[in-house]
Design a protein around this ligand. Structure first.
Ligand SMILES: C[S@@+](CC[C@H](N)C(=O)[O-])C[C@H]1O[C@@H](n2cnc3c(N)ncnc32)[C@H](O)[C@@H]1O
Length: 271
């Protein structure tokens, strides 16, 4: 746990769940049998992919509010490809058939990002805390990017690579960087879209600032889902994160549903 918090900066990680999650990431990478069921694992599911059915219902409501339900229906088979690997729990949803709630959540993230980027061609994307790569896989279904960089903890990033290797269309387009390796980087430049969904907010202030200053400030569009408002420092850390961008950026902070704030940040003068 000290390693996760002090070395890797996962400061707001819940002690009782973060340690078992990392041990499971390691196991899934080493053991193909365990990997074949990783998306229904109890310990892993406390951090990722273990969402109950209601999370899918909330995603569907949001997709409807954005008027994208028909878009979901039209692309259902493609979206469900995420669930072919790792044997996730599937639930029946009206008009959709069986699908995993986290997969619906990732599609909703695509829907939420759309108003930020519009028709802008996002060639280079960086995602902080991409988990097993579920959002990256869905992104690939809808956007023709050239490079998608995922940064995550050392054991988590290896799991993302193992999962995404099942989708050959992504071969050669995804770059996997552990946060340990990233500490040797000066910066990542010329980024079109920076994504951090329920990840940067869980890091300590120093790590939040590091990702903002070395990557997000070199990005044209920034989408962050800030999921730590319930914690004592959640709001002040979010304001610190936003303030650090300075005057060249426009930002919007939106409370959609529940307690997660969506922050849209955009470099000024980007079409
Ligand atoms: C709650 S999960 C969210 C995962 C994914 N974005 C999603 O919404 O399903 C938090 C993620 O942050 C990752 N993480 C923790 N500390 C990190 C760090 N210092 N740098 C990058 N990622 C980190 C975890 O491994 C995990 O993948």
């Amino acid at each position: 746990m000290d390693l996760l918090k002090e070395k890797y900066g996962w400061g707001n990680a819940p002690d009782e769940t973060a340690g078992p999650y990392i041990l499971k990431c390691r196991k899934f990478v080493e053991n193909d049998e365990a990997f074949s069921n990783f998306r229904r694992d109890f310990d892993y599911g406390k951090i990722l992919s273990g969402d109950p059915k209601i999370v899918g219902d909330i995603a569907i409501d949001s997709i409807k509010k954005f008027n994208q339900f028909n878009f979901l229906l039209d692309n259902l088979d493609e979206i469900k490809r995420n669930d072919k690997v790792g044997n996730p729990y599937l639930y029946e949803y009206d008009q959709l058939g069986e699908i995993n709630p986290s997969t619906l959540k990732y599609f909703n993230t695509i829907v939420e990002i759309k108003p930020l980027i519009g028709d802008y061609v996002t060639k280079k994307i960086v995602e902080i805390g991409g988990g097993y790569g579920g959002l990256c896989r869905i992104f690939d279904a809808f956007y023709d990017f050239e490079e998608y960089i995922i940064i995550d903890l050392p054991d988590a990033i290896k799991l993302a690579e193992k999962y995404l290797n099942y989708f050959p269309k992504l071969n050669g387009k995804v770059k996997y960087i552990s946060c340990e390796e990233f500490s040797n980087y000066d910066s990542i430049e010329n980024v079109d879209l920076f994504i951090a969904d329920s990840s940067i907010a869980e890091c300590n202030l120093q790590t939040q600032n590091l990702y903002r200053d070395k990557i997000a400030k070199n990005s044209k569009h920034i989408y962050v889902a800030w999921n730590t408002h319930h914690l004592p420092n959640g709001n002040s850390e979010k304001l610190n994160f936003i303030d650090g961008f300075g005057d060249d950026f426009l930002y919007q902070d939106i409370l959609l549903d529940g307690s997660v704030h969506i922050i849209y940040i955009k470099k000024e003068n980007v079409n």
